[in-house]
Design a protein around this ligand. Structure first.
Ligand code: NAP
Length: 284
């Protein structure tokens, strides 16, 4: 039977470390990490994410600022708020909860966040840094997956890794991080031919597709490590991209949904904010 990779326990452990390091930073430098989260509109799912981020900050002793703007906020108004926060010394991380309303260009918004406060690592400078391997921040979901692999003693070096999905926030950065750890990486997407055959070669298979029960038993190599990023809903509630019941008996490690990758995401946002605050303290 596979080892279930416990994202909840790993996240708790990691947050204990972040809390201790935050207290040390405040005591030694007087700098308290500060995160500003901006939510435009009233999307209920986004509101839950923002609430969880705020709670995470409070638990770590961070300064947490939340800006809830009406859906009709103009792009100019949002950019102007970002400019103000870019210049605010109490704020070390700025996050605009996506998606923003259609009349706002999200690319412009992300590009406006100062790279040193771009704790989601979605901006062009941080994306470039991830490519070259010279980075401080990594998008939170792939960063959390790398922590899980490390926690469970899974070294990607020399392994065949297959990532299904090529989004800018999960698939592409995930592939880069595995490459930096010396895996041989293949990225698959909706136009990939012979997907099952490629997946069966994977020692580490990462599914970031967004389709319930997408990865089936015939797509995994016996003994592989399977990381399920998907967050979907079926008749039983929240589920991942992997047909868990049929895949689990075949593999060495697997992340459940819920309780696998999900809990790590906000933890890594807190980690990135702490990193940014530490750099700001050093620069003082
Ligand atoms: P996305 O932007 O929709 O990307 C999905 C990717 O899957 C695309 O690259 C797409 O290929 C590929 N795909 C779709 N159908 C496919 C098929 N039949 N065969 C092979 N590839 C296929 O999604 P995302 O933002 O990366 O998120 C993926 C999943 O992870 C979602 O369920 C999301 O909710 C979840 N997620 C979870 C967390 C977390 O904290 N746990 C964080 C972020 C996302 P094309 O590029 O060719 O269209």
């Amino acid at each position: 039977m596979a080892v279930r990779i416990d994202g909840k326990a790993t996240s708790i452990k990691r947050r204990e470390r972040i809390l201790a390091e935050t207290q040390k930073l405040i005591a030694e430098t007087g700098v308290r990490p500060g995160l500003a989260v901006i939510l435009v509109g009233d999307d209920p799912a986004s509101a839950i994410y923002v609430r969880n981020k705020k709670k995470g900050c409070e638990d770590m002793g961070f300064l947490s600022r939340e800006y809830r703007l009406p859906a009709e906020t103009s792009e100019e108004e949002l950019l102007s708020l970002i400019d103000t926060l870019n210049g605010d010394p109490e704020i070390h991380g700025i996050l605009v909860q996506l998606p923003v309303p259609k009349h706002i260009d999200d690319k412009k918004v992300i590009a406006r966040i100062a790279p040193e406060k771009d704790v989601d690592a979605f901006g062009y400078e941080n994306v470039g840094r991830i490519m070259t391997g010279d980075f401080d921040f990594v998008p939170c979901t792939p960063a959390g997956i790398m922590v899980l692999l490390e926690e469970y003693g899974i070294d990607p070096a020399g392994k065949r890794a297959v990532v299904i999905g090529r989004s800018n926030i999960v698939g592409k950065p995930m592939a880069m991080l595995l490459l930096h750890k010396n895996a041989t990486v293949t990225v698959c997407h909706s136009r990939t031919q012979n997907l099952a055959e490629i997946c069966r070669e994977a020692d580490i298979l990462v599914a970031a597709v967004g389709k319930a029960n997408f990865v089936t038993a015939d797509m995994v190599k016996p003994g592989a490590v399977v990381i399920d990023v998907g967050m979907n809903r079926d008749e039983n509630g929240l589920c991942g991209d992997v047909a868990f019941a049929e895949v689990e008996p075949l593999v060495s490690h697997i992340t459940p949904v819920p309780g696998g990758v999900g809990p790590m995401t906000i933890t890594m946002l807190l980690q990135n904010t702490l990193t940014s605050a530490r750099k700001a303290a050093q620069a003082k």
